[in-house]
Write a protein that binds this ligand. Structure first.
Ligand code: A3P
Length: 341
């Protein structure tokens, strides 16, 4: 398998056109990072002590900020790249699994599929993790990012070099999922974040890659302008009609299912393989962990909680719901986008 072997030490990875590591360029990025970091606005962090605001977006000071700067300075897109773009907790893991399974469906059987032994994040790298061997990946490269559309380098957007698949989710479910997830990863020496606190921060836009609404709208608007380059999906639609959405995904990616595949039930097999019920019960997703960077190592089981639509009802008060819905209404007004299916 062309599996992603995370080696996200940005100090070691920039290469020149002839494949040589260009330490000078890396040094420049690192110097830029060290220079700007102390002067960036700070907000309370969810799984780190604080977040920093850079180019209008809230990021963890180490992994996310460094990763963004690396992508902006060094990433060399290819016209065949397929990049999954998501805000954290909107369905990244699921989308990775589905994309990996569909694009590689002729390479692997369903009984010995890599997704049975590798967490989806291990099959498809985050750009921000600046994987060492990205240049060596065969085309089409399957990549992913949390970076907002407006912060991506021009080489990825203006020249429309890559194609993107974006997935959004009801902000109320994103908030709850994120709050529970981040508290699990929060270091013991920091007190857990209360729901009330997380709610306030989320409403103010202070959450990883937030504000959430700006993130969604960036990709939404771009998808309206260049629908051939950006497929915009909703978690709720995928839950409701997975077969329909997976076929849309495949058409967009340029791997449409043949009649023979459809009649053999290949689409159903992919949906079943990538389902929450299947992935969350696999040994690898219960006991192993994924290393995203030197300091960001996450137990795979944390990527699978309930996988439901509307679990916010268990946690949010009526006042919270009203306020979040109001913010969403105002932010999306005139955009043509509504959350949910
Ligand atoms: P919940 O916390 O609401 O259960 P991300 O992958 O972007 O981090 O998002 C995580 C959310 O997607 C979690 O939501 C998780 O349970 C859910 N999820 C993970 N795998 C899934 C799958 N195969 N199908 C549906 N939802 C899934």
């Amino acid at each position: 398998m062309d599996s992603f072997l995370p080696s996200p030490d940005c100090d070691t990875i920039s290469k020149t056109d002839n494949g040589q590591i260009d330490s000078h360029l890396i040094q420049k990025t690192n110097e830029g990072y060290r220079e700007i970091l102390p002067n960036l606005p700070r907000g309370k962090g969810w799984m780190t002590e604080h977040l920093v605001q850079y180019q209008g977006v809230w990021l963890t000071p180490n992994f996310a900020l460094k990763g963004l700067m690396w992508v902006q300075d060094h990433f060399k897109p290819r016209s065949t790249d397929i990049c999954l773009a998501t805000f954290p907790k909107t369905g990244t893991t699921w989308l990775k699994a589905l994309t990996f399974a569909t694009v590689n469906r002729t390479r692997y059987g369903f009984t010995d599929h890599p997704l049975l032994t590798t967490v989806p994040h291990g099959c498809l790298p985050f750009l921000e993790a600046c994987p060492k061997d990205l240049d060596g990946f065969p085309s089409p490269r399957l990549l992913s990012t949390h970076i907002p559309y407006t912060l991506l380098p021009n080489s990825m957007t203006v020249n429309q070099s890559c194609r993107f698949v974006y997935i959004c989710r009801d902000p109320k479910d994103v908030l709850v999922s994120k709050w529970l997830f981040m508290n699990k990863l929060r270091p013991k020496e920091l007190a857990p974040i209360s729901l009330e606190e997380a709610f306030e921060l989320f409403c103010q836009g202070i959450s990883h890659y937030g504000p959430y609404w700006d993130h969604v709208l960036g990709y939404w608007k771009a998808s309206l302008e260049t629908p051939e380059k950006i497929l915009f999906l909703k978690y709720e639609d995928l839950k409701k009609e997975p077969l329909v959405v997976v076929k849309r995904l495949d058409d967009f990616l340029g791997y449409p299912f043949s009649l023979e595949e459809e009649s053999k039930g290949v689409v159903e097999e992919i949906v079943k393989l990538c389902s929450f019920e299947n992935l969350s019960t696999l040994e690898v997703n219960k006991v192993s962990e994924q290393k995203f960077s030197k300091d960001t190592i996450i137990d795979n089981r944390h990527f699978f909680r309930k996988g439901k639509v509307g679990d916010w009802k268990t946690y949010l008060t009526t006042e919270m719901v009203e306020r979040l819905d109001e913010i969403t209404y105002e932010k999306l007004l005139g955009s043509g986008l509504v959350f949910g299916s």
